[in-house]
Design a protein around this ligand. Structure first.
Ligand code: FMN
Length: 343
């Protein structure tokens, strides 16, 4: 575990360059790659184009069972783009962000600006994580709630923050319904197992995927973890864990998009990442509970329970105060940069 923690820490070392020294592209990519991604697949490839970065989807890292239309994949690209935008501001640059429908590429073009500067979101890039353990149960402080609401504005994206305990109980039911569908599907179990790193040595080898110990699981040989998964990860066990986790949370937040297409998914990923960084800066933790989004037949029920006349729920998280968990790992920057002759 010591080796794992040392690598995770090295990947999150503070920035070494100062403002006014020009754009530090490798540093932008490193900070971008610390963004959240579905199953920690890190489904991105980056091309450097002068004063621009182009983020392409890495389709070899798709999860066709849980994410058949690549919505989570594009949300993950949005998370990375937002980290890079914030990191560029700390270097004195604003980023003009555009989306190319043909290639699914997110392009960030950097321009110097006197108004671009470092803020609390920037420092949080190194500390943000999805904390998959229970929180403290402490309610949300009103000024924290206001700050979170302000951070979550985006083009065609809005949020609903629910603190009411009876509403959280209904979310628990939606999540349990999702677990029932997903965990009784052998294809879902197989895909999930392929991304679980059952012990720190395997997590270090791949530097992606879901390290079991982040969710409090004991380390196991990879073969044994895979063999036991079906028996341990049952709908009931997972729903019991989720219920404890949700009841320990201060609120559940639903991110809603007006449209349901790749540009909207990138945008909601950007808004989520900004929200998560703001939360982190305020000492508030977050973890996803996306089962009702991922199971297609549950989503309309969730939308109607939320009273949505326009748009649909696109991401669901729980938030609250609590202790930091170990961090997840990232692949080296060199592995995600596209060399021009490779296109
Ligand atoms: C679009 C998206 C969907 C995700 N869905 C889930 C989810 O349903 N359940 C979950 O536990 N984590 C989910 N995650 C969180 C990832 O597992 C997490 O970001 C990844 O493991 C990297 O860890 P980190 O965010 O702590 O750096 C999701 C992340 C993204 C960006």
């Amino acid at each position: 575990m010591q080796k794992y923690n040392a690598i995770a820490e090295a990947q999150r070392k503070p920035l070494r360059v100062k403002n006014g020294k020009g754009l530090n592209i490798p540093e932008l990519i490193r900070l971008g790659s610390l963004a959240a991604s579905s199953h920690n697949t890190q489904p991105w490839k980056i091309r450097i184009e002068g004063q621009a970065l182009e983020i392409f989807p890495d389709l070899s890292r798709r999860c066709p069972v849980v994410d058949p239309n690549d919505a989570h994949l594009f949300k993950s690209l949005g998370c990375m783009a937002e980290n890079i935008r914030i990191a560029a501001a700390s270097q004195g640059y604003v980023a003009d962000i555009s989306f190319r429908e043909d290639s699914g590429m997110v392009r960030l073009e950097f321009l110097t600006s006197t108004s671009a500067e470092s803020d609390d979101l920037f420092s949080a890039i190194l500390k943000r994580q999805c904390t998959k353990t229970p929180f403290s149960g402490k309610p949300l402080e009103p000024d924290h709630r206001r700050a979170l609401e302000l951070s979550a504005r985006g083009n065609g994206v809005r949020t609903i923050i629910m603190e009411d305990k009876s509403r959280l109980e209904t979310i628990i039911e939606f999540v349990a319904q999702g677990n029932g569908e997903q965990l009784s599907d052998p294809a879902f179990q197989k895909e999930l197992a392929s991304w679980i790193r059952f012990n720190p040595a395997v997590a270090i080898k791949f530097k992606d995927g879901l390290a079991g110990h982040l969710a409090g699981q004991p380390p196991l040989p990879q073969w044994l973890g895979k063999a036991l998964l079906n028996f341990v990860l049952t709908p009931k066990n997972q729903s019991d864990t989720d219920a404890v986790n949700i009841r320990s949370s201060a609120a559940v937040v639903v991110f809603i998009t007006e449209d349901d297409n790749p540009p909207a998914w990138v945008e909601v990923g950007r808004v989520y990442e900004r929200f998560a960084l703001k939360a982190c800066a305020l000492g508030i933790r977050n973890a996803f509970i996306n089962q009702p989004i991922e199971v297609r037949k549950i989503l309309p029920e969730l939308n109607s329970w939320l009273g949505l006349e326009k748009g649909k729920a696109s991401l669901v998280i729980r938030i609250g105060y609590g202790t930091e968990a170990p961090f997840s790992l990232r692949r080296p920057v060199e592995e995600i940069i596209i060399q021009d002759n490779a296109m």
